[in-house]
Structure formats: structure tokens, C-alpha cells
Design a binder for this molecule. Structure first.
Ligand SMILES: Cc1ncc(C[n+]2csc(CCOP(=O)(O)OP(=O)(O)O)c2C)c(N)n1
Ligand SMILES: [Mg+2]
Length: 315
């Protein structure tokens, strides 16, 4: 899984995935301890999508984030401290504590704060891409969505507009197999999501969304096309799995045990950890893990010390 020639990239991707994993595991504990108001949607199991996609982008490219967006925000460059403080509804949050978990982002690093209306970011990303195209700066708009968004009217209108105007936007669909409790094959008679996007005249592929190298390569190919002046929209369906329930009050018991086990065996972070240990040795993997733990410790301390945001959600 780890080509020797790409050691720096492999270490970078593993670090990013582990940051997301540890951030969210810590968030889970802190939520249960009562530090985080509202609710949270965790992306455990989907880390390779955000890490791979954002590694192929520059800061001046913009992403739109979903309701399951902690990993997307971290990977695009939102600091762990400001993200944690946002979840705590504190002044130091990336949206000054007014957004909470469902609305994270930081425009200064190209992470458009999440709206959380499923599918709404599809036409918005097209609009961003239109502005980029008009300015002629070769910037890229990348829209994260889930599989459930594919059934929304916004998705169809946005996809069509992006195709007709040949906009520099990459739609990255994290197909985690479920929209709340409904499996993708019960939502769509045709559950080949890439084929649905292709029907709008959009270049579309389906890839292993648990392999960060595959995600990075797919996004990079489209980014290069866009910067080279030959880029229209693209749709990348990343096959992945939501390891937990939809949100904190959902144990996810509607999923067959064998299915959960099958995907747990494909855990992207553990897969990458094994590859890093095998290729580069334990000290490299342990060093990355120690750096991540230190960063998340500092992020939690920052959030705890930050003053409560006046008027923010449930503060
Ligand atoms: C327009 C709209 N309808 C319903 C909801 C409630 N809702 C929140 S998340 C979600 C599921 C979205 O599924 P998917 O797009 O697959 O993303 P995932 O939760 O799997 O990451 C729904 C229906 C919403 N936020 N917006
Ligand atoms: Mg989904």
C-alpha cells in the first residue's frame, strides 16, 4: 500500500488520518462528559477521504464541508484547537463558537463553514467554481457530500449546472453506505452513484475511499486537469464506511453485524498504520502517534481555557 518513493506523502497522509481519528475519539469522550453542547456526527472510518482529498489541494482552493465534517476541516487546515473550541461553543472557535459541530470551517484556509442542509453545498460549490473560473486563477472548488445528498434536488440542479458551464469543481462523495439508517441500495434503484453523476455529462469514477493514496491520486488528476485549463466538473465516489451510528444517540444497530465486521477489517487508519510500521519501522509510526497525541492534548487545553461564546448554541 505504501510505495517507497512516496515516503513523505505516506507519512503526511498517515499523520493527517491519525489526527482526525484521535480528534474524534477525544470528542466522543468529551461529549459524553458533557463538555460539548448540541450533537456530533463522527467520521470514524472515513478518514482517508478527507486526508487524501485535501492533500491534493492548495490553501487557495476551497472546500465545502458536510455535517460530518471534523475531518474535512482538519485536513483542509483548520487548526485542531480552534475546531475543538468551536465544538465547545467557545470564543476561540473557528466560527467564534456560534457554529458548533454542524457548522465548522474557516474561510481563511479555504474551508467554507458547513451548512448541514444535505445537498445544499452542491450548487454553492458550483457557484464558487464559477467565481474561480471567471477570475481565471486556476483555483479549485471541492465539494464533500455523502451518498444521501445524491437524492436531493440541489444535487441534480448543481450537477447539471456544473456540467453545462464546465465549472472547475470536484464533487467528492463519501459513500459510507448509509443515510441515517437507510442503506444506499434501499435509497436508490440505481445505486451506482458515479453512473448517476456521469448521466449529467460529468467525468465520474468509483474508488476505494479507505485508501488515502487512491483518493489523493483521483483528486490530483482532476486538480491538474483544472489547473491545466482542461478541467470541467468531476465526480469521485469514495467507497467507505461509517463505523459508528449516524450521530451520538444512534447505536447503529440496524446494520448487520457481518457488514460492520467486514468494514472494521478494512479500517483505513489501522491499515495505514500497519503499512507505515512495515515499510518504515515502529519508531516512525510511534513518533507520528506521539506528535498527534500532543497536538490533540493542546487543542483540548485551548478549548477548555477559551471563554464561553456569548449567545452561542446552548452555551
Ligand atoms: C435537506 C435535509 N434533509 C434532511 C436532513 C437531515 N439529515 C441530516 S444528515 C442526513 C443524512 C445524510 O446522509 P449522507 O448524505 O449519506 O451523509 P452521512 O450522514 O452518511 O455522512 C439527513 C437526512 C438535512 N440535514 N437536510
Ligand atoms: Mg452516507
Amino acid at each position: 500500500m505504501v510505495p517507497h518513493a512516496d515516503r513523505a506523502m505516506a507519512e503526511r497522509l498517515y499523520l493527517q488520518m491519525l489526527r482526525i481519528r484521535e480528534f474524534e475519539e477525544r470528542v466522543n469522550v468529551l461529549f459524553l462528559a458533557g463538555h460539548i453542547p448540541g450533537t456530533i456526527h463522527l467520521s470514524l472510518g472515513q478518514e482517508a477521504c478527507a486526508a487524501g482529498a485535501c492533500d491534493a489541494l492548495k490553501e487557495r482552493d476551497w472546500v465545502t464541508i458536510t455535517h460530518r465534517g471534523h475531518g474535512q476541516a482538519l485536513a483542509k487546515g483548520v487548526s485542531a484547537g480552534s475546531l475543538m473550541a468551536e465544538l465547545f461553543a467557545r470564543e476561540g472557535g473557528c466560527c467564534r463558537g456560534f457554529g458548533g459541530s454542524l457548522h465548522v470551517g474557516d474561510i481563511s484556509v479555504g474551508a467554507v463553514p458547513a451548512i448541514a442542509i444535505v445537498g445544499a453545498s452542491v450548487p454553492i460549490s458550483a457557484g464558487i467554481a464559477h467565481a474561480f473560473k471567471t477570475a481565471g486563477e486556476g483555483r479549485v472548488s471541492l465539494c464533500f457530500t455523502g451518498d444521501g445528498a445524491v437524492g436531493e434536488g440541489d444535487w441534480h440542479e448543481g450537477m447539471n449546472l456544473a456540467a453545462v458551464w464546465q465549472l472547475p469543481v470536484i464533487y467528492l462523495c463519501e459513500n459510507n453506505q448509509y443515510s441515517i439508517s437507510t442503506r444506499v441500495d434501499r435509497m436508490y434503484r440505481n445505486d451506482d452513484l458515479a453512473a448517476r453523476a456521469a448521466s449529467y455529462g460529468i467525468r465520474s469514477i468509483t474508488i476505494d475511499g479507505n485508501n488515502p493514496f487512491a483518493v489523493r491520486a483521483a483528486v490530483k488528476e482532476e486538480v491538474d486537469r483544472i489547473r491545466g485549463g482542461d478541467g470541467g466538473p468531476a465526480f469521485i465516489e469514495c467507497l467507505t464506511y461509517r463505523q459508528g451510528g449516524h450521530k451520538r444517540d444512534d447505536p447503529g444497530t440496524y446494520r448487520p453485524r457481518e457488514e460492520v465486521d467486514l468494514w472494521l477489517a478494512r479500517d483505513p487508519v489501522l491499515r495505514m498504520e500497519r503499512a507505515i510500521r512495515r515499510e518504515f519501522g515502529d519508531s516512525v509510526a510511534d513518533g507520528i502517534a506521539a506528535d498527534v497525541t500532543a497536538e490533540i492534548d493542546t487543542a483540548v487545553e485551548f478549548a477548555m481555557a477559551s471563554p464561553k461564546a456569548t449567545g452561542a448554541i446552548a452555551s
